[in-house]
Design a protein around this ligand. Sequence first.
Ligand SMILES: NC(=O)c1ccc[n+]([C@@H]2O[C@H](COP(=O)([O-])OP(=O)(O)OC[C@H]3O[C@@H](n4cnc5c(N)ncnc54)[C@H](OP(=O)(O)O)[C@@H]3O)[C@@H](O)[C@H]2O)c1
Length: 274
Amino acid sequence: MNKKRIAIIGGGNMGMALARGILKTDWALPENMMIAEPLKEKLGAVKDLAKGIKASHSNLEAARWGDVILLSIKPQIMGHVLEEIKHEVNDKKLILSVAAGITTSFIEKKLDGNVPVVRAMPNIAAVVRESATAICEGKFATKADLEVARHIFESVGIVVDVEEDLMDAVTGLSGTGPMYVFQILEGLSDAGVKVGLSRDTANILAVQTLIGSSKLIKETKEHPAKLKDLVTSPGGTAISALHSLERNGLKALLIDAVEVAAKRSAELGSTKKD
Ligand SMILES: NC(=O)c1ccc[n+]([C@@H]2O[C@H](COP(=O)([O-])OP(=O)(O)OC[C@H]3O[C@@H](n4cnc5c(N)ncnc54)[C@H](OP(=O)(O)O)[C@@H]3O)[C@@H](O)[C@H]2O)c1
């Protein structure tokens, strides 16, 4: 059982998803968790998460109370919040940030002293504990700090380690990734309706097809191209559909989208308020 107090600053989509995931494991007790939100009206939702959880409208209180301070605020206000909490933070605390584009060195510079920082990029599937999260450490973080971060993010899915200069790429691929999948699923569902299925049936079939195909790749560890070959029989339906996807540039569209999202992540890092 973890004895560290976890303070989450920013109880929005990601902050609450992470809190829910962490509380579903037996690693952290609600008594050891606080969520800080500026709006008092939002604190009710925090208290509803679990009996004993602490809700605060003060970032200062959260930073003072927590051993691990998880920053789940928008990149644009990161500089402001770090300025606000810096006198409550020291090298005995661990800062975790999930903010797109914000580097560990930016956070370290804003805080006084050799404060350990770990940067993470989860995705919204953390809500159902199926996030794909990448983590990397700042220059003052130890192996033990990285393990604490790994434990937290493993409570909501899988975790991979990457070098920090790849974090914008991760943001473009898996951080933003659920949006691509939602778009693809919406398209497949519309397609099902176009060829005569009811909306409900089309949704159920499209979602399960995605889950099943993903599971097949995960379990067999085969390259997607090899599995694609398995389902494209000569003269069959799949090769005709594949021709249409290739003609319309599906893969190029996905590559463009990931690239543009990665660039936007880097931009958010360079345009945030100092
Ligand atoms: N959502 C995703 O899919 C996703 C994926 C990966 C990473 N992230 C990262 O997660 C972070 C949070 O994103 P999100 O989607 O959870 O955004 P969000 O839903 O807008 O959550 C941000 C929360 O921070 C609160 N907040 C605003 N000003 C604050 C302040 N000064 N001090 C403390 N809290 C403050 C907001 O409250 P109000 O609403 O009252 O302003 C809101 O509840 C971002 O940095 C994002 O890059 C998000």
